[in-house]
Unconditional design. Structure first.
Length: 276
């Protein structure tokens, strides 16, 4: 049996279909600076949004098995599509806490809206699942939830086109119907989207409140670790505090991670994820 100290000192596992989950990892680093973190980006199989639920569950189980080899004490599914399609299924098989990004963001949106009109942008999988509608209605049953799939955003972010005129044009096309409905709150229902937050906000205008589930997810994780006495009590920061793994294109991932994280990312290791 592991001692409580060794469990508290264990890392948190975070995964996503690609680089988007780094927005969640970044928030965890900011809010929980003592914690160790193991990140996996499934860059060989990105995007998840157009794939079936069966496939997403299979991918998620493989990644969870890999993270368990790193002795993680908790797992954050930093991917909206996997949170929508696989979280409940995978949680049944685990004896450690696992949280997704949907519930934290939905809760804040339900509390934030003043006119009851909430927009959600995400992948086709997330929007078609209507998971945000269900979770928001648990908080605020009168809220009108309007979903819009934005499938081009993920490849634009993965390509590094963060401040590109093409990204602005795509955002204008996607967001126009939501703006016309009069939403006052918009959930960025994909962890890639905070990386183009300024573009989205510029297109929406100041009258719409943007909700970033990454921030809310890190807050929820903090509460969960506190409740279960899993917070790391040690104060030492080590060079090995953060580990990064991907299923493809490690060099490209490393450059991207280095540009958005508050710490230097020196190494990213390739993992044959299909073997797990």
């Amino acid at each position: 049996m592991k001692s409580i100290d060794s469990i508290q000192n264990a890392p948190i596992g975070v995964f996503d279909s690609g680089v988007g989950g780094l927005t969640v990892a970044r928030e965890i680093m900011r809010q929980l600076p003592k914690e160790k973190l193991v990140y996996f980006g499934d860059t060989a199989r990105v995007p998840y949004g157009s794939k079936s639920q069966t496939t997403i569950i299979r991918y998620t189980k493989q990644i969870v098995r890999f993270l368990q080899t790193k002795q993680v004490k908790a797992i954050v599914v930093a991917c909206n599509t996997a949170s929508a399609f696989a979280l409940e299924e995978v949680a049944k098989t685990l004896d450690i806490p696992i949280i997704g990004v949907v519930k934290p963001g939905a809760k804040v949106a339900a509390e934030t809206t003043k006119n009851g009109k909430i927009g959600v942008i995400g992948t086709e999988g997330t929007i078609d699942s209507k998971i945000y509608t269900r979770v928001i209605h648990l908080q605020n049953e009168k809220a009108q939830v309007l979903g819009k799939a934005c499938p081009l955003f993920v490849p634009l972010v993965e390509e590094g086109w963060i401040n590109d005129p093409v990204t602005v044009q795509v955002a204008q096309r996607y967001l126009a119907p939501l703006i016309d409905t009069g939403i006052d709150t918009l959930i960025m229902g994909c962890t890639h989207y905070p990386l183009i937050r300024s573009t989205i906000q510029d297109v929406l205008g100041e009258g719409v409140q943007l909700i970033n589930p990454a921030y809310e997810t890190a807050r929820t994780l903090t509460q969960l670790l506190e409740e279960q006495d899993l917070l790391n009590k040690e104060n030492s920061f080590s060079k090995n505090q953060y580990e990064f793994y991907v299923s493809d294109a490690a060099e490209k991932f490393m450059k991207f991670a280095d540009s958005i994280l508050p710490y230097d990312v020196d190494t990213t290791k390739l993992i044959p994820i299909e073997e797990y």
